[in-house]
Write a protein that binds this ligand. Structure first.
Ligand code: MN
Length: 232
């Protein structure tokens, strides 16, 4: 097959303990999935799950032991961090029941759903799509995938983020409003999941602004850490 121009290369994440990379299909994200974060955003904390997407090529892939970096994006004065557990789908399907969800999971990673909060809030007020706030270039730094059999007890893992060494976000995965299996059930009712899909499962409370030169270090117990610098 020939193309009018060279197609962009496949975005793929490293996998802990093996040389093959995990090729990414789509990047789904869950909104307001921890009660205390929903409250800090002005909501009650209990509503049906809802979803948005980031472009696959907005991921910033950070290999194990490396320090990633992302530019401070255009158009914003209020770039926020959101540390999240990311679920990697290995077996696709639609209308997956929560009880069957585990067999569709390949592994887990630590990711940042970076957000142009001022632009997102403007869009919310106007009832417009969030894309400009959430789906901008290089908005999704993410570390390696740990296969699920090496990830330990992710359901009860601690999740946290430090900025320049100071704690900003700290919670546990068991505080998800919609747990991983329920999220897969809801998501797969709306889209047919494919191998290579990622699900950013939502962020706990403590979201706040970062500035140029800041260093973000996030971790989920059992999945290692993700370090990202905001470029000067
Ligand atoms: Mn998020």
């Amino acid at each position: 097959m020939s193309f009018v121009f060279e197609p962009t290369s496949t975005v793929a994440l490293p996998v802990v303990g093996q040389p093959e990379r995990f090729p990414i299909h789509r990047v789904y994200c869950v909104g307001r999935n921890y009660e205390e974060h929903a409250k800090e955003m002005g909501f009650t904390g209990r509503e049906p799950p809802f979803f948005f997407l980031k472009p696959t090529d907005s991921l910033v892939v950070v290999d194990a032991g490396q320090i990633g970096s992302m530019p401070y994006p255009s158009l914003t004065q209020n770039l926020h961090h959101e540390i999240e557990l990311v679920v990697a789908i290995g077996v696709g399907g639609k209308n997956i029941q929560a009880a069957d969800a585990e067999k569709h999971i390949y592994g887990y990673a630590v990711g940042l759903d970076m957000t142009r909060r001022d632009l997102q809030n403007d869009m919310k007020k106007q009832g417009r799509p969030w894309c400009i706030g959430k789906a901008f270039d290089q908005s999704g730094p993410i570390g390696p995938i740990t296969p699920k059999d090496k990830a330990g007890d992710v359901i009860n893992a601690e999740i946290s983020l430090q900025v320049n060494g100071a704690d900003r976000q700290r919670s546990s995965i068991d505080k998800l409003i919609w747990n991983i299996a329920e999220t897969i059930e809801h998501l797969s009712a709306a889209w047919e999941l494919q191998p290579g899909d990622l699900i950013f499962t939502g962020t706990p409370e403590g979201v706040a602004a970062v500035v140029q030169g800041d260093r973000l270090v996030g971790q989920v117990t059992g999945l290692g850490s993700l370090t990202v610098d905001i470029q000067k």
